[in-house]
Design a protein around this ligand. Structure first.
Ligand SMILES: Nc1ncnc2c1ncn2[C@@H]1O[C@H](COP(=O)(O)OP(=O)(O)OP(=O)(O)O)[C@@H](O)[C@H]1O
Ligand SMILES: [Mg+2]
Length: 400
């Protein structure tokens, strides 16, 4: 293990917080720089300071727009793989939390949660880094991005979205020839009723079932033999063909699955189960984006709202994008769209039109829509989601 100290920068005017942090951190592992000022008070030098540290904690004044801009500048200047945490009051409204996470900070934590949240978060970052190979120390840029796909109700089209998003993320299809530019993995975490194998026409592998039953934590070799490749070159971790209890899987196992896949793939698309089991936590904590598919009906939108609250409670920095399924993007929002947006407190970022013919053809042939019906409305919509995703979440740097 590297003897490298983790450099931590704390920007806060609160003297007692500096003292408390200093005494709560294991001294031998950190070198702490204390700035007794605010990010705005540092007058432009916060970004330069942030670029030289592994972990940056800063007091965020949610009512001061300059504080948000300073946070954005720090995010732009940060070193690859560093972690930025904004400290806020307990009463931080959700939309404010989203605002700061969109600026690029990794997490926003309550100031008064030093021992139960802030320190564990810092320590888990340090331990993760020191467990990695030296080559990976350079940072997150060498790891693939995790995109989770969830559904507000069964059958809304989330697996279709996951499969075709994974396909689009591999790279553009030329007219004649496919150019695969990115390595993409697709993980079916719908452990009991997964349908991905059928959607991409591969055999189900029982690797996940064995992992669950034997209680093993997967390593690179396990993942390599568990992956099934589609004819299009997608790496798929299917749900098992055998039935297994949901609680047989653990967070540690799922975390390890994703960490291994992230090392060798640019994008890891995860089809989440409908059940809110404990082991979706490692997906949420690693997700660079979560797409939540719902139709725009009252019961589904209510279910979506509940899910959003559940996700954000533990992961306030999670970037959630709403996908309106079976709906064409309206030119003018109808009243039920407006009501839904109001209830969700989130706009619909994407719309996937109803297109039973294309969906059926893709299903019957076990092929991505881009191949069987590239000009269909549903293929075009998912292509748009894929391109938007690839623009905001870049593929691995070291790899390309
Ligand atoms: N945009 C669409 N238009 C019409 N039919 C669709 C669309 N998207 C998916 N379908 C069809 O709806 C059915 C369910 O789709 P899919 O399996 O993707 O949904 P799901 O949300 O993953 O369902 P489950 O709850 O079973 O996991 C499939 O038959 C699929 O072909
Ligand atoms: Mg599904």
């Amino acid at each position: 293990m590297s003897a490298k100290l983790t450099s931590l920068l704390l920007i806060s005017k609160d003297e007692s917080f500096h003292t408390a942090l200093g005494s709560a951190l294991p001294q031998a592992d950190y070198s702490v720089t204390s700035e007794r000022s605010s990010v705005v008070g540092l007058n432009g030098s916060a970004a330069r300071l942030a670029s030289h540290h592994d972990i940056i904690l800063f007091d965020w004044d949610q009512d001061d727009p300059a504080s948000l801009s300073a946070a954005r500048e720090m995010c732009d200047a940060r070193a690859a793989g560093s972690m930025l945490i904004a400290l806020a009051g307990q009463d931080l409204p959700l939309f404010k939390a989203r605002q700061i996470s969109r600026a690029g900070v990794d997490d926003v934590l309550p100031r008064d949660s030093l021992t139960d949240e802030i320190i564990p978060q810092i320590e888990s970052w340090r331990l993760r880094q020191s467990a990695k190979l030296p080559a990976v120390w350079a940072g997150q840029a060498t790891l693939g991005k995790v995109i989770a796909v969830a559904q507000a109700r069964g059958g809304v089209g989330s697996s279709t979205l996951a499969v075709n998003l994974a396909d689009v993320l591999q790279g553009d299809r030329g007219l004649l020839k496919r150019k695969v530019t990115n390595d993409v993995a697709l993980v079916d975490l719908d452990f009991q009723f997964g349908s991905i194998a059928a959607l991409v026409d591969v055999e189900e592998s029982d690797a996940m079932w064995r992992m669950a039953m034997e209680g093993t934590v997967p390593d690179a070799a396990f993942i390599e033999q568990a992956i099934v490749k589609t004819s299009g070159g997608l790496s798929v971790l299917t749900a098992p063909s055998r039935f297994g209890p949901l609680n047989a899987l653990t967070s540690k196992q799922i975390g390890a699955v994703l960490d291994e896949l992230r090392k060798t793939h640019d994008y890891v698309v995860v089809d989440l189960p409908r059940a809110l089991v404990e082991w979706i936590e490692p997906v949420l904590s690693r997700a660079d984006k979560l797409l939540l598919a719902t139709d725009v009906t009252v019961p589904s939108v209510r279910a979506a709202r509940k899910l959003i609250d559940f996700y954000l409670l533990e992961h306030p920095g999670l970037s959630i994008e709403m996908v309106a399924s079976h709906e064409k993007k309206p030119l003018v929002a109808a009243s039920h769209h407006r009501a839904a947006t109001e209830l969700l407190q989130l706009p619909f970022s994407h719309w996937i039109p109803d297109d039973p013919k294309a969906a059926r053809e893709a299903l019957d042939r076990g092929k991505p829509l881009g191949e069987v019906a590239p000009r269909s409305r549903i293929a075009r919509a998912i292509r748009g989601i894929g391109r938007a995703t690839a623009t905001t979440l870049a593929p691995r740097q070291a790899h390309h």
